[in-house]
Design a protein around this ligand. Sequence first.
Ligand code: GLU
Length: 479
Amino acid sequence: MATGIGWGISEPSLSDDDTFPISNLYRAWPALYSAAMSTRVRFAPSPTGKLHVGNVRTALMNVLHARSTGGTFILRIDDTDQERGSAELEQGIRDDLTWLGLHWGETFSQSDRFALYDEAAAVLKEKGLLYPCYDTADELDRQRKLQGVQGKPPIYDRRALELTEEQIAAYEAEGRTPHWRFKLSGKTVIWHDLVRGEQTIETSSISDPVLIRGDGSYLYTLPSVVDDLDAKITHVIRGEDHVTNSGAQIEIFHALGGTEPKFAHTPLLVDKEGGKLSKRLDGLSMRQLREDGYEPMAILSLLAKIGTSDPVEERFTIKQLAEEFSFDKIARSPARFDDDELRMLNAKILHETPYAQVKERLDALGVHGGEAFWLAIRDNVEVVDDAAGWNAAIYAPMAGKIEPEDKPFCDTAAELLGDDADWSELVRKLKDNTDRKGKRLFMPLRLALTGRNHGPQLGPILSLMGAARARARLRGETA
Ligand code: GLU
């Protein structure tokens, strides 16, 4: 994909009195082009940690926008910081996205593209927009403190631009290597954010960002812009912690002769009390949630709906979520992530999950009873693992729980139970032969048969269990 971007070559501008038909065509072309251009979005994680609910929400918003517009979802690995990233974490991210069903159409890694970034840096240097700075961390710190005392904002004072050739030579002789800052215009940058509405950043109020460190490595800012241009990204959808970066990035897009994509900055996630989620993110990694038994669609339904004007409800496919997706629905206030809601959605999804979709996991749990068992108990599980408990309740030897006052009634039930273990017939016979009905009839049977007060409908449970075992349990025997 790294085919060069035509750095610094902007579209020819036409004077107003230009009347050639061809130029009218050209004038109309950008609009036609953007209307016809399909959506291209990217999710750009750094492989420095596990995928958690916060970044999955960003990935999901990108996927939903791509799907709802027939566009392409690109996975970009932001691994310019090679010391901190790891191949294992990168593979983990890919595995987690795959598990969630968030499949990418294209993917690339920034570490393969340094030549392109070098090229862009050269263009910026040539334009005088990327300048070397020799300040040490200590010197910058002192400057900030001084500014604090003077009541000035902590903005880099561009002292590096004043350096004489001799001073530079002296620094170099000392062994200092420069880091490089992008020279902001000092003007106001304005964009229409698809979530936040009109945004303005006064670039005079922020420091010229460092694009290249003293050791020559790239910070995230420049590679991100270069890749967004090169990959023809149409929409940058990311967390609102990147709003300020957008000011500088838009100027870099222009400095490289490009146009910025549309931006959508989504509010961050908070916990259900409105507190920071960051401390808990490890427990909210996809790895952990998967281990805890959560279904991908429960996680995705929750992350798609919280912080939007839609109700938080289960959805069964990403397609459904995409059909309902719109930037207009995303609220500007933080989205509340509540584990209880996740559990509730998980349960609701499982209640309608067909056997084929869980068969492998049930087999791995060593569960018996096949489809009939799953259909009998799925309304009573919150996570698939709960099936093991119900399986044991049906198939593992257990003495029926019988209160002394229910003993004669349960004995009668044991006698009346036919060999075909037909529940409706048993209930009919019990109604005819005893004075019990309603709760007084059903509760002792449930307790004797399953050992629990609540649970699945007894009809299917009874036929799974079979008459012999049921009769024994009704008599209080272990079976
Ligand atoms: N690697 C950046 C991050 O994870 C990407 C930000 C962006 O989407 O531009 O924060």
